[in-house]
Design a binder for this molecule. Sequence first.
Ligand SMILES: [Zn+2]
Length: 223
Amino acid sequence: MYSGDSDELQAARAQLVSYSARLLADGLAVGSAGNMSVRAGDIVAITPSGISYDDLRPEDVCLVALDGTEVAGPETPSSETPMHLAIYAATGAAAVVHTHSSEVVALSAARSELPAIHYAITGLGGPVRVAPYVRFGSAGLAAAAVAALDGRRAVILRNHGAVTYGRDLAQAYDRALLLEWLARTYRLALSYGEPAILSAAELDEVTAETRRRRYGERRGTRS
Ligand SMILES: [Zn+2]
């Protein structure tokens, strides 16, 4: 029996509403396209299907169990709930952002991967794969997204959009913005000719240096 929201779930509902407004303002979605979720323990708070982000209120956010059972919410959970749940099951994600942003959709129709046009792509785990096209809302799309996410924090869905995840909604959302920026930058680079792409060794070097600096920062705050 569902016995009301925990503080964590109330915060998740409010956060999903405020980030939904950003999704429109940042051009990552139009109308009610795309969807976002936050995991709080065994419950996932997810944006509902078919409500414009402009009209979304905290009480409209749906709650589902990790097995897909609906826990609370008068609205129908996002049609991509199976994909969100599959990503929670396969990764350590605490939040998932799914966009229909134009740069990634355009790239998805023409390329099989977003290559390392800039070293910031290490924040997504490296070059971002384009998963094969499967109909929205299907178990097949969830499986294709999870497979293409292997070792990555982002995936592009062919002729559809993109998905990013993170340790919280802020990180997952920042990654969605980064992915859109990288796709746009890659397109701009292509307009000059064939762009230079960073090698796996160059990306490994960036990842190692990022880790070293983070470790240094943590040591610094302790002393
Ligand atoms: Zn979608």
